[in-house]
Design a protein around this ligand. Structure first.
Ligand code: 13P
Ligand code: SF4
Length: 301
């Protein structure tokens, strides 16, 4: 065990802290976490843990969601630069303007959004429950889905529900092309192609499954197939390989990396526990408005 890992363990006990990590973060950070999961699983965990300190190893919107659901806990984001470019593609002001122009529409926000934007919407969703959430909405109302046009477009196409789509996207998943899938299939014809629904609808149509990161882990666990082509951020390969020793995982692209998900290092985690930085702070009025759509989501789940 490295000294750094020992220090994290010691500080974690001293601080009565729990470390939550997203499936995309660095393998060594996943290894020191108490719980690793997808956005939905981590939201549920953040609400349930009731820890004095939650160290959130992921990106800012995830740490904000943890703070919204666990206001009594101190929530730390060990590297303050870890953001999500997609979440930053929906600014609160244009969302407010759109709301004024469409007063009867239902606003659905992917959790990959800022607290200021969540405060303006009716319900949130993750990639793990987006279908369920959209199906739970009244059929006769206009729906605006933000910020991910790809996730929105994929759900809209699958369910046959019309939605206005905000023009946001994930730079990491939006780069995947149908040609990449064709090339990977030609090299491994027996393998199943699993992608994330943040990929474009054309890519999702060319894949065998489009699932959240938690969905991919579950699908692989339950599948009889032996080889999988993985069309999502490379961090998920760590758990896939650890949890499925008899199966083979081929990355769709060798460098399918979200730079933000790689920002938190073990040094950051140790510093964060030592200095209690960076604490996520959300003003009480903003919290009250922003937690509402997340709680609605968790009621439907
Ligand atoms: P999951 O909810 O599938 O873990 O996805 C989060 C995310 O940011 C994907 O890019
Ligand atoms: Fe945001 Fe994409 Fe990174 Fe997920 S993978 S955190 S959506 S930029």
């Amino acid at each position: 065990m490295s000294t750094l890992t020992d220090e994290i363990k010691r500080l974690k006990e001293e601080r009565h802290a729990v470390i939550l990590a997203h499936n995309y973060v660095r393998p060594e950070v996943q290894d020191i976490a108490d719980f690793t999961g997808d956005s939905l699983e981590l939201s549920i965990k953040a609400k349930a843990v009731n820890a004095e300190v939650i160290v959130f190893c992921g990106v800012r919107f995830m740490a904000e969601t943890a703070k919204l659901l666990s206001p009594q806990s101190m929530v730390l984001l060990p590297n303050s630069d870890a953001g999500c470019p997609m979440a930053d593609m929906a600014d609160p002001e244009p969302v407010a303007n759109y709301r004024k122009a469409h007063p009867d529409a239902i606003f659905v926000a992917y959790v990959n959004s800022t607290a200021a934007v969540k405060a303006q919407v009716d319900i949130c969703c993750t990639s793990g429950n987006a279908e369920k959430i959209i199906q739970s909405l009244p059929k006769d109302r206009e729906i605006l889905f933000l910020p991910d046009r790809n996730l929105g477009g994929n759900i809209s196409g699958k369910l046959g529900v019309d939605m206005d789509l905000w023009p946001g996207f994930c730079p990491t998943h939006n780069r995947v092309t149908v040609e990449m899938i064709e090339k990977a299939r030609a090299a491994a014809p027996d393998a199943l192609v699993l992608v994330h629904p943040e990929c474009t609808p054309e890519v999702v149509a060319a894949a065998d499954q489009a699932l959240s990161t938690g969905g991919i882990l579950k699908f692989v666990r339950e599948s009889n197939a032996k080889r999988f082509i993985i069309g999502t951020e490379a961090g998920i390969l760590h758990r896939l390989r650890n949890e499925n020793p008899g199966k083979e995982f081929l990355p769709l692209q060798p460098e399918m990396i979200c730079p933000n998900m790689k920002k938190i290092t073990l040094e950051d985690v140790a510093r964060s526990l030592r200095d209690l930085t960076e604490q996520i702070e959300i003003a009480p009025e903003l919290r009250e408005a922003a937690v509402r759509p997340i709680l609605r989501m968790l009621e439907v789940k």
